[in-house]
Design a protein around this ligand. Structure first.
Ligand code: AHR
Length: 524
């Protein structure tokens, strides 16, 4: 063997053995320092009138051969009920600023046909409108979150939408509702004031949009016990100027400010990637932490009491569409990489629950980072679905602050923290810890010091795979799903966990927690 080949071989061998080594991560969880509640709305979702999210995904119509409840797919309802979706945003997205709600009420045969100009110019028969969406929310047990039209709609139109769904009194608008078969108001709490108003929602400068927020918001009245919770369209990614101007000029008129941020890799499909594609998505995903901290710091300047929630109402991975599908329909597969990215984001939201009090993954069915994919009458659950299932335990639990010194995930000279985690104590006193090991090759030995909590029993679940792009298909729908996890041991107050590569783990600790500090943010 030539000297140079021998040298290369030795370098490769040494790198492989380095990769196989187990790093060490140290975590401290101080249960007595719990102060903030993890608002269950952090586990919210987004369903836009886009591609096959609504039509074919949620709605098939009452005459379909696919089993349905008055037009809503039964299998979807059953799957989503199981993961306790707390809140669902609709009808957009970009679609919302072109949507006129009166097109989607009354007898379906009489509803106008409109064009979905944002997503492929397809004809929309408006069969899925206000009443159908609210019925879907009722069936899956979640709160509705409407995005109002500030781009092409009037103040009167939005004001009347609020009246249509929330007023319990006699008026022309409520007579219309009654004529359409609904006597009682539904009571819709969450309202978005437009969507991405800096972009598809009207390309407005922030100063101009801030006055839209004040004006449209003024005429969204409180009816009886239904007070609209008004969420202004927030920045895209790191547009800190937008946050600053909206908080300064309209902060006192809103209850929430949204943030949109996607982890993009739109040159390749969801399943077509190597480790560089994996690393890239992890790096982009972990940037969410900095975005939240910097936007929160600006919000703190105008709202030190944290009255206004940061609402991350669009987040997730975004790839090139699956081959052979309409590029405007944003249909993508979902792999172990997406599960790990989702778990990282949810840990970040949990750990910032003092300010982040709602988030909606984009999107629920058949679009972007979906929970569920459908083909005709068939349906599969994605790895991301299982992360939401595992993380349900954090909903409305008290967040336990995390101190972490993580081992590194090094790839081509770039370094990320291999492990992230969040923890909470629920109303029954159980502690749940959710860990992610983003390193696709190296297992991580982690020591957790439990302060203010004495554990006397532990159970664990894990979501992992042997390939980075492992995913579920119609033929193999159980390729990625959670299993039991038991690679942990407890010695006194020290918990040792061996986390396999690319894994999401949730531990449940039974035991006794010390008293908490006074609660900071009651769920609003
Ligand atoms: O989620 C898809 C699109 O992404 C939404 O319509 C828009 O708000 C964002 O740019």
């Amino acid at each position: 063997m030539k000297r140079t080949s021998l040298f290369i071989l030795l370098v490769v061998i040494s790198q492989c053995s380095l990769k196989a080594q187990t790093n060490r991560t140290k975590i401290t969880l101080d249960a007595s320092a719990r102060e903030y509640k993890i608002n269950r709305n952090i586990y919210g979702q987004f369903s836009e009138d886009l591609g096959r999210c609504i039509y074919g995904g949620i709605w098939v119509g009452p005459n379909s051969s696919i089993p349905n409840i008055d037009g809503i797919r039964k299998d979807i309802v059953e799957a989503l009920r199981k993961i306790d979706v707390p809140v669902l945003r609709w009808p957009g997205g970009c679609f919302a600023d072109g949507y006129h709600w009166k097109d989607g009420i009354g007898p379906r045969s009489k509803r106008p046909k409109t064009i979905n100009s944002d997503w492929g110019g397809v004809t929309d028969d408006n069969a899925f409108g206000t009443a159908e969406f609210l019925e879907f929310c009722r069936l899956i047990g979640c709160q509705p979150y409407f995005t109002g039209n500030l781009g092409s709609g009037t103040v009167k139109e939005l004001s009347q939408w609020v009246e249509y769904v929330n007023l319990d009194n006699v008026s022309q608008i409520t007579d219309l509702r009654k004529k359409n078969g609904r006597g009682e108001p539904w009571g819709v709490k969450y309202w978005g004031l437009g969507n991405e108003s800096w972009g598809c929602g009207g390309h407005m400068p922030p100063e101009y949009y801030a006055y839209f927020v004040r004006r449209y918001g003024t005429f969204m009245h409180t009816y009886g016990k239904y007070k609209p919770f008004k969420i202004a369209a927030g920045p895209g990614g790191g547009d800190y100027n937008w946050t600053n101007i909206i908080m300064k000029n309209a902060g006192r008129y809103i209850d929430g400010l949204s943030l949109h941020y996607y982890s993009w890799a739109n040159q390749k499909t969801a399943t077509d990637f190597d480790e560089s594609g994996w690393f890239d998505i992890m790096k982009k995903t972990l940037e969410m932490n900095e975005l939240i901290e910097k936007h929160s710091a600006i919000m703190d300047k105008y709202d030190p009491d944290k009255r206004v929630a940061l609402v991350v109402d669009e987040w997730g991975t975004w790839y090139k569409v699956e081959p052979g599908t309409n590029p405007h329909f944003l249909y993508q597969q979902n792999t172990m990489r997406d599960a790990v990215a989702a778990a990282c984001n949810l840990n970040i939201f949990n750990n910032h629950c003092d300010r982040v009090r709602m988030a909606c993954i984009a999107q629920m069915v058949n679009v972007l980072q979906a929970m569920v994919l459908t083909k005709g009458e068939k349906m599969i659950l994605t790895p991301t679905y299982y992360v939401f299932d595992l993380y349900r335990v954090h909903q409305d639990a008290m967040m336990v602050p995390v101190k972490i010194s993580s081992g590194n995930y090094v790839f081509r000279g770039d370094t990320l923290a291999a492990i992230n985690c969040s923890a909470s104590i629920d109303s029954t006193g159980k502690m749940h810890i959710s860990f992610v090991n983003i390193d696709p090759d190296v297992s991580e030995n982690t020591t957790i010091s439990l302060e203010g909590f004495r554990a006397d029993g532990i159970a664990g679940k894990i979501l992992t795979a042997d390939k980075m792009n492992a995913h579920n298909t119609l033929k193999d729908s159980d390729s990625v799903k959670p299993g039991k996890f038991s690679a942990f041991s407890l010695k006194g107050n020290d918990l040792e966990v061996d986390m396999p590569p690319m894994s999401v783990i949730v531990l449940e600790l039974r035991g006794k927690a010390g008293a908490a500090v006074e609660q900071g943010n009651p769920v609003r």
